[in-house]
Design a protein around this ligand. Sequence first.
Ligand SMILES: [Ca+2]
Length: 274
Amino acid sequence: MPQPRIEANVNLSPAAVATFLLVLLLGAAPARAAVPVFGYEIVHTYPHDPQAFTEGLFYLNGFLYESTGLEHQSSIRKVKLETGEVVQKIDVPPQYFGEGIVNWKRQLVALTWKTQIGFVHDLATLKVERTFSYKGEGWALTQDGKRLIMSDGTPELRFLDPGTLQETGRLKVTYEGEPIHNVNELEWVKGRIYANVWQTNVVIIIDPASGEITGVVNLTGLLSPSDPLSGPDSVLNGIAYDAAHDRLFVTGKNWPKLFEVRVLPAGRLSKSTR
Ligand SMILES: [Ca+2]
């Protein structure tokens, strides 16, 4: 495995980056900066289908499972991590805009964006077994081993019973009491909810009991300027975690690459130049 090249960003102080991120998060000038801002380094770079408008991502037993969005183009895929090869794929019916996915036992649960219908697939065959309904929009899913956790674009995350898929509770995501909007793709990582915030390069780390943001990972600079992107919608979206090997993966909509990243301690703001 090649060693990542790390280069300190000497032009931007941690305080300046924190301010920038908070402006993104809150849409206003922050009065106080309290949460640690973590940097990252790239551990490994893998190919990612640039046609994949990534909406959901998780890792299970050596493979990535990925859902893609847009009407007439949505799909759910099983992907070989190392090569990006799609080894299994099912198309979502064309009227639906595919959104978040998560595994639960022998099933895969999937959301759609605005159509208020979810699908329960057989994880092995990807065939649809049943549907369920919910109010509002569907954005992303993850699970903590007991509950499914769902985002809907608002500051509130929902907890769902994984068997009935009925809502059992909600959690408001806040930064110093202020609600945070556009909480998007989710991942359960070591007892915390990781979420990327739509249209930013930020992953927030959420306390699942209080909803408070306890840290921010600044993922700016993952792609290099030479990487082709299809447009302004090609934003960071997609977090997966391999708990057995403590590997964190991130990608974005139509990104040509998927990255394994290591989160660096706060204050060591760095970025890879690879
Ligand atoms: Ca995820």
